[in-house]
Design a protein around this ligand. Structure first.
Ligand code: F6P
Length: 325
């Protein structure tokens, strides 16, 4: 290959820039030119103005920056046959022979369909704070996101203790509770409500009744946004109705979890996976996600990464019940 493209797509995650940097510098070290596509699949469809040549200097001073210098999007147009045809013509014009896509589920689904239709090979690097991809122990951005969530919980804990209050803190995680579970353990929260566990409000009510018996003065409950009974506001409303005199506060951490300077862990992970993805593409691999399993760079077919479910660690779930006493 003489020229490849790199882009970021879907929800941004801290460490994407470190990954772009590793992709560009690895490719250049092998005499392969790199084009950066701005705004993900939308930019691929818009064409020339969204394709920029990248060299070692253009990715200088970005390893410490959150967000993505290549911008991102969730493209509706790429989901249409017409959109993908235009994208293909644009890649052909630019002489792109292979793609490195940094993103999550939707990103890899798009890349898989695109290969089946037009034969352009892709290798993915898992960039999402949700950590919800099969085929990698951790995704780029997850470590930073949980550190951000835990710093916020620590602050809320101060005021919760001062007033003896109950706080429901909502963290991101549409379909999975990886952020919620890690933030619960590290933030010393007493309960967690997850999309994966039918943790209904009856259990929570019982928990708060026993809590007053043990005379705990304040409580923190972490709720994943995708919890099946609703987010933190919905849960607090249910408890307000069910327990007379129950009073609580709700904090939704939201998009602050997606921003900020990446942690050391995320920078190293992103650098390894960017390097691994380029090497795989140049070695003729395609339609695979480059992840890290047991500290080894591993390739997993896109189809498995997007369809297989990565389970929560049951030991961590048990631990919440032991540590909250
Ligand atoms: O996929 C990452 C994520 O941050 C999810 O945790 C969250 O549900 C979603 O993106 C929010 O997406 P958007 O920023 O498009 O509203």
């Amino acid at each position: 290959m003489k020229k490849i493209a790199v882009f970021t797509s879907g929800g941004d995650s801290p460490g994407m820039n470190a990954c772009i940097r590793a992709v560009v510098r690895t490719a250049i070290s092998k005499n392969v030119a790199v084009s950066g596509i701005l705004q993900g699949y939308n930019g691929m469809i818009k064409g020339a103005e969204n394709f920029i040549e990248l060299n070692s200097r253009s990715v200088g001073n970005i390893i410490q920056r959150g967000g993505t210098i290549l911008k991102s999007s969730r493209s509706k147009e790429f989901m249409t046959k017409e959109g993908r045809e235009i994208a293909y013509q644009n890649l052909k014009k630019e002489g792109i022979e292979g793609i490195i896509c940094i993103g999550g589920n939707g990103t890899f689904t798009g890349a898989e369909i695109f290969y089946n239709e037009y034969g352009i090979p892709s290798i993915g690097a898992p960039g999402t704070i949700d950590n919800d991809l099969y085929g990698t122990d951790l995704t780029i951005g997850f470590d930073t996101a949980i550190n951000t969530a835990v710093q916020a919980i620590d602050k809320i804990r101060d005021t919760a203790e001062s007033h003896g209050r109950i706080f429901f803190i909502e963290v991101m995680g549409r379909d999975t509770g990886f952020i919620a579970l890690a933030a619960t353990i590290a933030g010393g929260a007493e309960m967690v409500m997850l999309p994966e566990v039918k943790n209904d409000h009856v259990q929570l009510i019982n928990f708060f009744k026993s809590r007053s018996e043990t005379k705990k003065s304040f409580s923190i409950v972490v709720v994943a946004e995708g919890n099946f009974e609703g987010g933190a506001s919905a849960i607090s409303t249910i408890l307000n109705k069910e327990i007379p005199g129950f009073e609580s506060r709700v904090v939704i951490l939201g998009h602050i979890q997606r921003g900020g300077s990446p942690t050391t862990y995320d920078r190293v992970l992103a650098s390894k996976l960017g390097y691994g993805a380029v090497n795989a593409l140049l070695a003729g691999e395609k339609n695979k996600m480059c992840g890290l399993i047991n500290n080894q760079i591993t390739l997993t077919p896109f189809i498995d990464a997007i369809t297989k479910k990565k389970p929560l660690n049951p030991d961590l779930l048990n631990l919440v019940g032991i540590l909250n006493n």
